[in-house]
Each structure stands twice: as structure tokens, then as C-alpha cells.
Design a protein around this ligand. Structure first.
Ligand code: AHR
Length: 503
């Protein structure tokens, strides 16, 4: 008996695969920047001080856009501190993470690093402690070719070419009381609209992102989006979504179903966007930038006391260095499936974050860099999701979860590239007690095709990759695949992520 049946039809197209779905996020937080991407004394460091081992892994991960410099950090950040001669850069208190910021890395260096990574810079503007004027200044410094005081300053700082940043986040999580400069939806909507209009006077082609809710559990979720969009609808291209998931109280079943929560979160925000569109009789369609998503053991972080005395705030402390398990990787796979399934309305996304801080890549100062378990679903999806996203017809057995009720045991999404005649199927098995068998009706796609089938799983769902055991969890070839005519039968181990490529 099959646990699930899936019908793939290449004509059921959701939307083209958008490369911007495979973005990530680098914040001045903990060791993401310092000893993460930047460590001048590291044996692999290049002449700019960037770790070569980390750059190689970032390229392998396949990251499109990279959001910078925060996060909570940006709401107290003065971007000017991070440009010009390094010896003149001030040290500042970072109130978001109770750390000391040296400003050794700033906009110019980070832009250089993003170029080396083959990615695209996405900048967040401080709308916490600052406003329209600073937003215009950073745009001028970053994007104007020459001939203004700020663009000429960039050139004098050794960057003759503009950074050409097109995606701009108008603040970060401004609904959150923890945010410096936290505002009401009304007040944020007004400042976001004014900032957007000012930036668009300089360059109407910029892609602008208004802050949505920090997470769907916020008391103002829904009304925040509506009010902010009523002020900004004609001025922005995206509203942001942020969501982090963790296993609570040993409830693995609900945790593995996190993708269903992301599905309904996205559906609610899309409904709110379209409500405002109708209300305003607008011709435009605003989409979603899901620019922070991941597994984050947030409760563990909040259980640790912050250092209160600013005299004691450290430089680049070990913060949010979650070590991920197989179960976490399966959840990340499920979240990727949810993002792809909504590719018609989620047109940008950023895995938060990239290195050391709730990250797919870990480093030791002066030591190794390695791939966490969650590295693999992201890297495989980024590599194999090509062409168009397909809407799958899935019929699955279900299981009961404490948080989300009845949930499918098997979930998946597929992409199809007509140019290369390649179909990729991404699958998660949420069954924690055993294998699931999936029968895929692939029609003509299975005729005379080659199949590659890999799975990430472990007998211990909490197995991890660590400094001393870096390759405990890796995707391996799965031989449990039988093809008969148009029917492909695959077996998925308990708590697993799998990728089937039909070419
Ligand atoms: O990614 C960690 C933090 O989570 C970010 O700084 C903030 O935007 C969010 O609350």
C-alpha cells in the first residue's frame, strides 16, 4: 500500500522558478561577519581578508540575493561608520545584540564580498533611529555613478563602480517592541511610504520591501499588514514575511509539519494584500519577500541572559550558533517546498542566516568551515529547481499533530524545465515511525528517462554535523526506486528529505 500518490503534469504551472527565492541573510550579529565571512588571519583568507573556505561553501549553497546588514542590528546602524579608512571607523554599541561593533566591515567591503560570492546585494535601511534623509544618503553613496559628494566619497574610498543595489528593505520588523524605533502600523506606514517615494524619485526602478509582521503570532498580525499596505501599496513591490520554527516540548510531529504553518501564513498575507488592492482599486500586485525564515531554537536563546553592562559587551561573541539535526533539515526542506509552492506570490526569500548565526555554514576561528544538515536541502533545491514550479496533485495518508491537527505524512513540490526536459521532485516524509512509499504518476516524463534519487536521513533523527564529525549527515543515493511505464515508486525513510531528478 502506498502512503501517498502524486500526479505530475508539466502543464500545471504555478510560476517560473524565481532565483530570488534562494536568497540568504548576513547580519552584524555574533560571528556571522567577523570570523564567519571575514577573518584576515585565516589560512584561506584572500587579500581582502575574506575566508576562501566560506566563499566556496556559499557558492556551493547557491545563494542568489544576500540581505544585509540586519535584522535587528540595522535599526540602530549608522552606515557611514562602516565606510572610509578602517583606522578612522568608530566602535559603537550594538543595542540589538549587546555587542561591540568595530565597523571593520561595512557597505563597500560587503559589496565586494557579495560579488566574490556571485550573489546580489539586498540592503536594509535603518528606519528605527533614522529616516528619509539617511535613506537617500545611502542610496546616493551606493548607486550614483559619480558627481555627488557621497558618490565621489565612495570613489575616493576605492570603489569606482556603483554597488547598483536594486532591492531595498524599508526597515526591519518595525512591529516588534524589541526593535529600536518600534512604531505603530500607522506611523511605520507613513515613514515607509515617504521613504519609498523619496528613493523612487532618484530611481523609479528600485524594488522596495515594506515590513510585514515579525511573525504570524504577533498580536497585530493581519491588521499590521493591512494598515501598512494602505499607506504604501502604490509605493512598494513587496511586503515582508518572517518566520522561525523550533521543536517545542518534544513535539516532533508538529515540528515536522511546520511547512503547513508557512503555507497558511503566506495564504493569509496574500489575502490581506489582495484585500488592500481591491480596497484601493489598484492595478498593481504587491508580492511577498519572505526575507527571514529558518529553524531557530529561539526559546533557548532567550533563556540566556543578555550582558547588561555595556562596558562588558564583547566583539563578535558566539550567539545563536544553533547546531542543526536531521529533523531540522527535513523541516527546512518542508519550508522550501512551501516557498516554491507559492512561487506565484512569494517572489523573494532569504534563509536567515548564512554563516554561524542560525546558519547552514559553520566556522571555527583559524579552523574549519563545514556544512550543517540544513545546508543540503537548500543547496539541492537551489541547484535542481529549474524552469517552472508545478502544482502537484498529492493524496497522502495523514497523522494527527498537537498544533496543526491532521497533516499529510508526505509533502512535495516539483519543477519542470522544458529547455532541458528535466523534472525535479522535492519530497519530505514527516512519518517519524517508519518509511513512506510514494507512487508518482509522471505520465510521459518517465518514458526513456534517467533517474537520480537522493535522500537525507539518519537512524537518529537528531544526528548532527559538528566540527569533529562534519559529514555524519549527507544526502546519499536512494536505491529504493522502481519505474514501471509512467509510474515511479519510491520509498522514503522515516523523517527524510529526498530529491528525484527525472531527465
Ligand atoms: O535573524 C535573527 C533576528 O531575527 C533578526 O535580527 C531579526 O530581524 C529577527 O527577529
Amino acid at each position: 500500500m502506498a502512503t501517498a500518490k502524486i500526479v505530475i503534469d508539466p502543464s500545471f504551472i504555478v510560476a517560473p522558478v524565481n532565483r530570488n527565492l534562494f536568497g540568504s541573510f548576513v547580519e552584524h550579529l555574533g560571528r556571522c561577519v567577523y570570523t564567519g565571512i571575514y577573518e584576515p588571519d585565516h589560512p584561506t583568507a584572500d587579500t581582502d581578508g575574506f575566508r576562501g573556505d566560506v566563499l566556496d561553501l556559499v557558492k556551493e549553497l547557491g545563494v542568489s540575493t544576500i540581505r544585509y546588514p540586519g535584522g535587528n542590528f540595522v535599526s540602530g546602524y549608522k552606515w557611514e561608520d562602516g565606510v572610509g579608512p578602517k583606522e578612522d571607523r568608530p566602535r559603537r554599541l550594538d543595542l540589538a545584540w549587546h555587542s561591540l561593533e568595530t565597523n571593520e566591515i561595512g557597505l563597500d567591503e560587503f559589496s565586494t564580498w557579495v560579488d566574490k560570492a556571485g550573489s546580489e546585494l539586498m540592503l536594509a535601511i535603518n528606519l528605527g533611529t533614522r529616516g528619509v534623509e539617511e535613506a537617500l544618503d545611502i542610496l546616493d553613496y551606493s548607486n550614483i555613478k559619480s558627481g555627488t559628494a557621497l558618490s565621489d566619497a565612495r570613489i575616493a574610498n576605492g570603489h569606482p563602480e556603483p554597488h547598483a543595489v536594486t532591492m531595498w528593505c524599508l526597515g526591519n520588523e518595525m512591529d516588534g517592541p524589541w526593535q529600536l524605533g518600534h512604531r505603530s502600523a500607522e506611523d511605520y506606514g507613513k515613514i515607509a511610504s515617504q521613504t519609498a517615494r523619496a528613493l523612487r524619485q532618484v530611481d523609479p526602478s528600485l524594488k522596495l520591501i515594506a515590513c510585514g509582521s515579525s511573525n504570524p503570532r504577533m498580536p497585530s498580525f493581519g491588521s499590521w499588514e493591512r494598515t501598512v499596505l494602505e499607506h504604501t501599496y502604490e509605493d512598494v513591490d513587496y511586503i515582508s514575511c518572517h518566520a522561525y520554527y523550533e521543536e517545542s516540548d518534544g513535539d516532533l510531529g508538529s515540528f515536522l509539519a511546520s511547512g503547513t504553518n508557512m503555507d497558511s501564513f503566506i495564504d493569509s498575507v496574500v489575502a490581506t494584500i489582495d484585500h488592500v488592492k481591491a480596497e484601493l482599486r489598484s492595478e498593481r500586485t504587491v508580492n511577498i519577500s519572505f526575507d527571514e525564515w529558518n529553524v531557530w531554537y529561539n526559546k533557548r536563546y532567550h533563556a540566556v541572559d543578555k550582558i547588561t553592562d555595556p562596558q562588558e559587551w564583547p566583539i563578535a561573541p558566539r550567539l545563536l550558533e544553533d547546531v542543526y539535526t536531521v529533523a531540522d533539515a527535513v523541516v527546512v526542506g518542508g519550508l522550501l517546498i512551501s516557498l516554491l509552492r507559492h512561487a506565484d506570490r512569494v517572489t523573494a526569500a532569504s534563509l536567515a542566516q548564512l554563516v554561524n548565526v542560525i546558519a547552514p555554514i559553520m566556522t571555527e576561528p583559524a579552523g574549519d568551515a563545514w556544512r550543517q544538515t540544513i545546508f543540503y536541502p537548500f543547496a539541492q533545491a537551489s541547484k535542481h529547481a529549474q524552469g517552472d514550479v508545478l502544482r502537484l496533485n498529492i493524496t497522502s495518508e495523514t497523522y494527527e499533530t498537537k498544533v496543526y491537527g491532521e497533516v499529510d505524512l508526505v509533502d512535495g513540490v516539483a519543477t519542470h524545465d522544458t529547455a532541458t526536459r528535466t523534472t525535479s521532485v522535492f519530497l519530505v516524509n514527516r512519518n517519524s515511525t517508519g518509511e513512506s512509499t510514494v507512487v508518482i504518476d509522471a505520465g510521459d516524463l518517465a518514458q526513456n528517462a534517467n533517474f537520480s534519487f537522493t535522500t537525507l536521513a539518519d537512524t537518529d533523527v537528531y544526528a548532527q554535523n559538528t566540527l569533529n564529525d562534519q559529514n555524519r549527515v549527507v544526502p546519499v543515493q536512494n536505491d529504493k526506486i522502481v519505474v514501471e511505464g509512467s509510474e515511479i515508486r519510491v520509498t522514503l525513510p522515516a523523517v527524510s528529505w529526498s530529491v528525484l531528478v527525472i531527465s
